[in-house]
Design a protein around this ligand. Sequence first.
Ligand SMILES: [Ca+2]
Length: 147
Amino acid sequence: SSSSFPFINLFFTLLICNFLLLTANDEPRLVLFSGLNVNFVYIDKAMTWSKAQIHCRENYSDLASVRNKEDNNRITDVIPGRKTVWIGLFRDSWKWSDGSSLSFQYWSRNEPNGPTEICGAAYIENSGKWVDANCVNQFQFICYGKS
Ligand SMILES: [Ca+2]
């Protein structure tokens, strides 16, 4: 009968609202993978370098240090596609967010090139090679944690 119509309508409206709420949840998608002695965590949510650093320090250890070619390979194997992602690199002289120095360097051609670009990112499509970039760019990023 037509009298049950409003209830069916309400049911489906609630169902759709519920679905929208669930999908609107902005919890970033995490991909966890390990390097030697550390876990890397890919955060699929774009932030400035500083906000990414805060997020990593609050939830993990810090933004990722790429200590060697093997770390680089793990990162580029796991993160798909043509992304530029923040890593822990920044310039004072260049060092890692966790304070460690660069024992390994993997700059893209003609990088670092910017006097105003003092934060480091890995360009995944180009084998994860590094670029310096303006810190207020919003990129997805990689944290590390102790495994
Ligand atoms: Ca640059």
